[in-house]
Design a protein. Structure first.
Length: 505
């Protein structure tokens, strides 16, 4: 462990060290100037331009230091070094959001985080005043988690603003926040939020342990942290849930789960996370239960179709055409007349073409991107059919698979399904239905081995008996609120009840 560089009582020595560290940092604002009744107190202030609230610095520091060339704090005759320091710390700085540090490294960390450092001659201490004010965009609606009914505010890149958006929804002192600095160079603030009476202590401890288990140059986004704290990082299936929505995060916290807020990222991470969590959307709970229950079932059906449909088509048309009705088999054969490629290659070509269109649509600006996705798909599909490169049925299969993937509310799960689709498609192309079922079984075995902070990934569809199958009320089918009286299995055992019907006493 590197030994801390401690401050000296000689102000000029401290200034020399700091200036050597920040050499060629043209955006650093620093100045040494005298203050006091007889201008006998030498102070040195430094901060990074634009990272601070200039009004706060002027009003809480400089304005109280100097007024018409003289100190405001009349009647004080500070003679000793400690008296001078106490005068600056207690009398001249008009804010309570400050702290004292005694090392150069702590000053560097504070200044690079947007605070202002003030050193006083004759004292081996530094006053750190909170003056953070980073440039940022305003709160806006999440662009990848659009809901029909529900709040329209989303997380931003400002860490403290994100924690406030959550506390605005949960006004309970049992909502706890622990902060860490992650990244040797970036020193990114990472906060762990949880409900003290609901979250399992083992999960909170495991999250803290995982955050402290690695050393890295920088954490620039929550996606980097997500990959480092997953149980099995090689799996294409996400084991940490990412969301831009404060209401979704608050709901997860009230279920006994743990949220990680990462500075500079508009996404919160939620653990534990099961497959069922990724197929839930925020407005599932804001609209009437009947239509939302139907919608939930449709999502599960869409997920199955998005994974299996191309593989089934290839297996049937390549190896097992005998299982098709004669009329349907003749229709497929007629549609493929003149096509020079086998069915498996047809599907693969169209799937790759669609993935290219999808990627192009993401990278282009919003309005142009959506136009490219729609118009490009129509033009490429129609041109390929007209040129007899693919059959019309292939365009239908690929389009239906894509539509089903868009029905899944989580982008990371959608990406995992796309990878799984190609895996099953390739096995089906070589082995027919044997390869198809081999791929399905392999995926199910993989999913059954995944865990997220001690919870099986396929809960509540497996191991549901440990919670008396209560979690099934909010899984494939969403029950009415009056029936969902208990929190999920993530919660502490003695804190499961979340709803009591007072009408029944």
């Amino acid at each position: 462990m590197v030994e801390k560089r401690m401050l000296s009582k000689d102000l000029d020595t401290n200034i020399a060290i700091i200036q050597e560290i920040f050499v060629d940092c043209q955006d650093l604002v620093c100045k040494k100037f005298p203050i006091g009744k007889d201008l006998s107190i030498q102070v040195y202030a430094l901060y990074f331009d634009v990272m601070v609230d200039r009004d706060a610095i002027e009003n809480t520091i400089i304005k109280n230091f100097i007024s018409e060339g003289r100190i405001i704090y009349e009647g004080v005759d500070a003679k000793s070094d400690s008296e001078k320091y106490n005068y600056v710390n207690s009398g001249a700085i008009a804010t309570i959001d400050k702290k004292e540090v005694e090392s150069i490294d702590e000053i560097i960390s504070a200044v690079t985080s947007g605070d202002t450092a003030i050193l006083v001659e004759g004292e081996a201490k530094c006053i750190i005043v909170a003056t953070k004010k980073f440039p940022t965009r305003g709160i806006s609606e999440p662009d990848n988690e659009v809901v029909v009914r529900g709040s329209k505010d989303g997380f931003t890149e400002i860490y403290r603003m994100n924690t406030v958006l959550i506390r605005r929804r949960i006004r309970d002192p049992r909502l706890k926040l622990k902060q860490f600095e992650v990244g040797v160079r970036s020193k990114t603030t990472v906060g762990i939020m949880y409900m003290k009476d609901l979250a399992r202590d083992s999960v909170v401890s495991e999250v803290e342990k995982n955050i402290k288990s690695f050393e890295i140059d920088a954490i620039l986004d929550s996606g980097m942290l997500e990959q480092l704290i997953e149980d099995k990082g090689y799996s294409p299936f996400p084991q940490v849930q990412a969301t831009q929505r404060p209401d979704k995060t608050a709901s997860a916290l009230l279920e006994g789960r743990v949220a990680l807020i990462v500075d500079n990222s508009p996404f919160a991470l939620i653990v534990p996370a099961t497959l069922n969590c990724f197929l839930q959307a925020s407005d599932d709970y804001y609209s009437r239960w009947g239509i939302m229950a139907l919608t939930r079932i449709i999502r599960y059906i869409a997920a199955v179709i998005a994974v299996l449909l191309p593989g089934i088509y290839v297996a049937v048309t390549t190896f097992h055409t005998a299982i098709l009705p004669t009329t349907l088999a003749l229709s497929f054969a007629t549609a493929r007349e003149g096509v020079p490629f086998p069915a498996a290659l047809e599907v693969l070509i169209m799937e790759v073409a669609f993935e290219l269109l999808r990627e192009a649509g993401i990278r282009l600006p919003g309005s142009i991107g959506s136009t490219i996705g729609i118009v490009g798909g129509l033009i490429v599909g129609q041109a390929a059919v007209t040129a007899n490169l693919v059959s019309p049925i292939i365009v239908i299969i690929v389009a239906l698979t894509a539509i089903c993937s868009f029905a899944i509310p989580n982008e990371e799960l959608t990406a995992a399904i796309r990878i799984t689709k190609f895996f099953i498609l390739i096995l089906s192309a070589f082995l027919g239905f044997y390869g198809f079922w081999l791929g399905v079984i392999a995926v199910l075995i993989h999913l059954s081995t995944l865990t997220s902070y001690g919870f099986p990934y396929l809960m509540p569809f497996i191991a549901g008996s440990i919670d008396n199958y209560n979690d099934l009320e909010d899984s494939l089918f969403r029950m009415p609120f009056r029936k969902m009286k208990k929190r999920p299995i993530f919660t502490k055992e003695n804190a499961r009840v979340r709803f009591r019907d007072k009408k029944k006493g």
